[in-house]
Write a protein that binds this ligand. Structure first.
Ligand SMILES: Nc1nc2c(ncn2[C@@H]2O[C@H](COP(=O)(O)OP(=O)(O)OP(=O)(O)O)[C@@H](O)[C@H]2O)c(=O)[nH]1
Length: 519
């Protein structure tokens, strides 16, 4: 502590001021640097973690929605899958296929299909023979009835005619409406031979109602990636993947998508966010988190798109919050720094004389008393006090002015500080009076020091109007005596100083050392 303070003492006050400004500037630069690194880090972390957290939540919601809608669609269509089974097993349909020329049987079958269709609200229910001809249909009375038409080219018919479940999405040749077709073989109860095919058609408009009023985008595409069911009408019959010309031709033939262009669904900036979810920007310029699932029984794929705008809002909030936090931390750091410097300056001002930079009288009293108690404990040999007073200083003030007087005081303070050793305490005692508490090994050490100081003061050179000025000083040196007090020590030094002044100045008296007293 003393060592640090001593270094400060040895600087001229004007240099000290400059150093503090320089240091202060360094402090601000340091704080700015720290915040220059911290603020972007904080910003990056808040953006990263908020987005990460938001997208994780959104991915969970998307997965949930996907499961719900896939289940909803499956359940809805499975109802028709089962229903077509009961149509195929019905007495009326069996009778019709065994005897399609009997008008009465045909009429009974038509009425049965019509009534059933009204109950289950399908688009149409009809029965075909193995040649693909429609023998009876729920819309038998309509102008564009299916009865009499041949749908043998249809994929669903060909599957059912082979004894399999036929499922397909296609545009109706008679109705011109896109629909889901499900077909089952009709077996002869006696022989178990396939004798025809029962079909139910459900319009996709009706299916689309399942997905209306959603705050998400949803699509269902067939095996080839053609979107046939979607919450966005503009995506209708667009394709998720590039399709070859031969596939387009095949689709056109079986499904009658002939007029469609099969353009690709515009999806930009696709990238996987995790293993399952993708982040995409769609044709509306909005970013979505998307997930897909396969509807295995039908070979379809369902995609759900959830806008990430809520996540973005959270990120904006986090950015604002972290900017505010950074600003708050920055201001707090500035305030703390100012306060720290202020307290430090206050403390320095309390122990240092503002003009010379030497210690104050108050500090000296505390430090000297501490030294005296150390002597009592045997930790320090002895101490001495040298009281030094500039001779005829009043004349300097009177002749050259107070500022010149201050210049001399500063130079004397600097000279004394540079002569003392580490552990000595140089003090501005008052006015033009200085004092040094000397940690001496023996009495003559102190006399040597005072001798050197008085010599040095004689050699001081000044600038400006007082460049020709030469000064001398007088001193009194007193040594600690066992059991003595600081007051006693100071008094003896003062008396010796007084004596030196009286005897003509430019000398020192030492109460023990018998060295020459004039330097
Ligand atoms: N410039 C300046 N002068 C000071 C300061 N403190 C005290 N003085 C002056 O120091 C002078 C001390 O004068 P005196 O006590 O008469 O002593 P002296 O003129 O040095 O004469 P001797 O000590 O008897 O040799 C006074 O004129 C004070 O005004 C200060 O901080 N700055």
């Amino acid at each position: 502590m003393i060592h640090t303070l001593r270094l400060r003492v040895m600087r001229a006050p004007d240099t000290l001021d400059n150093t503090m400004t320089f240091r202060q500037r360094h402090h601000y630069l340091f704080i700015l640097l720290i915040f220059g690194i911290l603020a972007p880090l904080l910003l990056w972390a808040s953006v990263h973690f908020t987005r990460q957290h938001g997208l994780t939540g959104l991915a969970e919601e998307t997965e949930n929605d996907l499961m719900i809608f896939a289940r909803k669609l499956e359940d809805y269509l499975t109802g028709y899958d089962r229903l077509v089974g009961s149509v195929a097993a019905s007495r009326q349909v069996g009778a019709l296929l065994r005897n399609s020329r009997d008008k009465k049987i045909v009429s009974v079958a038509n009425t049965y299909l019509q009534t059933l269709n009204e109950e289950v609200r399908a688009s149409a229910i009809y029965v075909m023979d193995l040649g693909g001809n429609t023998l009876a249909a729920s819309n038998w009375q309509a102008e564009k009835t299916f009865v009499g038409n041949n749908y043998g080219f249809r994929y669903y018919f060909q599957r059912a005619a082979k004894g399999l479940m036929g499922r397909d999405v296609a545009i109706g040749t008679t109705s011109d409406v896109l629909g889901y077709y499900v077909a089952r073989p009709v077996l002869d109860p006696g022989s178990d031979q396939i004798i025809g095919v029962a079909v139910i058609k459900v319009t996709l408009d009706e299916l689309g109602l399942l997905f209306s009023d959603l705050d998400l985008r949803l699509l269902v595409a067939d095996r080839e990636g053609v979107i046939f069911l979607t919450s966005e009408s503009r995506w209708h019959l667009k394709s998720l993947r590039p399709i070859t010309t031969s596939t387009i031709e095949k689709i056109s033939r079986f499904k009658r998508y002939a007029d469609s262009l099969f353009t690709l669904l515009p999806m930009r900036e696709e990238r996987y966010w995790d293993g399952v979810s993708k982040l995409v920007v769609l044709d509306d310029g909005v970013e979505y988190l998307t997930q897909a699932t396969l509807l295995l029984s039908r070979g379809w794929e369902m995609h759900v798109f959830k806008p990430t705008k809520d996540v973005k809002e959270h990120v904006y909030f986090a950015v604002t919050a972290s900017l505010l936090l950074s600003a708050l931390l920055f201001l707090t750091a500035l305030y703390m720094n100012q306060r720290y410097r202020y307290l430090k300056d206050l403390k320095a001002a309390a122990i240092h004389d503002f003009l010379t930079g030497l210690y104050t009288r108050r500090y000296m009293e505390d430090a000297a008393n501490a030294q005296i108690s150390r002597i009592g404990r045997g930790q320090v040999n002895t101490i001495s006090v040298a009281m030094i007073d500039i001779d005829h200083f009043k004349q300097v003030n009177d002749e050259f002015g107070h500022r010149a007087g201050d210049q001399v005081l500063r130079a004397v303070g600097k000279a004394i500080a540079s002569e003392v050793r580490q552990g000595d305490i140089p003090v501005r005692y008052g006015g033009e009076e200085f004092l040094v508490i000397i940690n001496a090994c023996n009495e003559c050490d102190a006399a040597h020091l005072v001798h050197r100081i008085l010599e040095r003061l004689k050699c001081l050179h000044f600038r400006g109007p007082i460049r020709k000025l030469k000064i001398t000083a007088s001193a009194g040196v007193a040594h600690y005596r066992k059991g003595g007090t600081l007051e006693d020590l100071l008094q003896r030094a003062d008396e010796l100083l007084y004596k030196a002044k009286e005897d003509g100045r430019d000398r020192y008296y030492d109460d023990e050392c018998k060295r020459p007293e004039t330097p």
